[in-house]
Design a protein around this ligand. Sequence first.
Ligand code: HEC
Ligand code: HEC
Length: 342
Amino acid sequence: MTRKIVAAGASLAVIALVGAVGFGQKTSAQQARAKGPATSAADMPPTTPLAGPEPKWLFTMTPIAPIPPPAPGDEVIQHLPGNSITFPLSRVKDRYHPADWWPKDHPKMPTVVEYGRKADGLFACSYCHLPNGFGRPENASLAGKPADYMIAQMKAFKEGTRTGMRMPAIAKIVTDKEIADASAYFASVKAGPWIEVVESKESPVWENEAGLMVPVEPRRMEPLGERIVEVAKDQKRANLRDARSPFIAYVPEGAIAEGEVVVNNKADPTKACTACHGEGMRGAGSIPALAGRSPIYIVRELYEFQSGKRHDALAPLMTPVVATMTLHDMITSAAYIGSLKP
Ligand code: HEC
Ligand code: HEC
């Protein structure tokens, strides 16, 4: 009962703030920053976060490489277990028409999601985020997130109030119509189980392949320490961009129970994540659902809010929440949120 009232109070506060700030408008803090010597808010140096210097294991994404030329083996026909559809390897690698292995799992994709726009070098959204929008640890899950939230993020990427290794360049060439189509599409796809969160002392030794943590072969383990290591359950299927081949997130022992305390913050209910992100972190209004999403992505975003790199229109709602979070708090809350049913 009390919790319900608190939640209702918090969402009223959110609505008020959303109204005051408005999607895409600048807050007074951002305006103040913009008035300084920097030419735009994006030029402002980020503050040193409480969570410490940028952890290497967290920010794995590498600068974009040129599209590789056709290679021998590109025409070799690929199969997935339990699927009669086949593709040559070239279609798996095709940035402008990537393989869609499970077309019955999602509605018909709009052109920008299925093909992008080759003439202008705009990759298909589905190449990275997968046709069902489930995404991979090095990018983001989009399935079932609110359309207006995604539209606002595209604006933030374009204006530089949110940084990233891929999206700022994409946001500059994609049209408003394409953004609207893609956002409506991904919002309409239901998120499903995709990441298994496993508490462990050890995790596979990995190497960085274009941002993805790929276990070295032959497999060996190393101490996990204060990290999250997120790898494909089946690397061969992930290489074929199989949108039914899930991931596994190794998190420190005890992280899930500790994270539950942070997320449902009973001591200060206004800081409870569920006050804004909804019961079970399944989203509320324009605030995105996070249940069952990539824990490593969640930590990355919490870190970016704290460092000030992500300071878009609605970030002021997150800023006070992350202000006192250590890297440990971020890891445990992300572990708990990732373990929830999407
Ligand atoms: C080359 C890979 C790639 C392609 C293609 C791509 N994205 Fe992304 N997307 C990313 C990455 C990586 C991130 C995380 C931010 C970053 O590093 O840029 C992201 C993040 C996002 C987010 C933020 C998600 C959130 O929950 O806040 C949205 C929205 C998004 N992408 C939409 C799109 C749309 C729409 C398209 C197609 C027009 C697209 N993306 C194409 C890689 C990609
Ligand atoms: C007062 C409301 C509020 C509270 C409390 C809150 N959030 Fe948020 N959160 C938001 C809003 C609004 C956004 C979207 C911000 C934006 O547009 O950049 C957001 C965005 C996020 C994102 C980025 C989502 C994405 O898809 O990129 C993460 C991760 C997140 N919150 C985690 C948390 C966690 C963990 C907690 C608790 C420790 C929490 N939030 C508490 C309002 C809140």
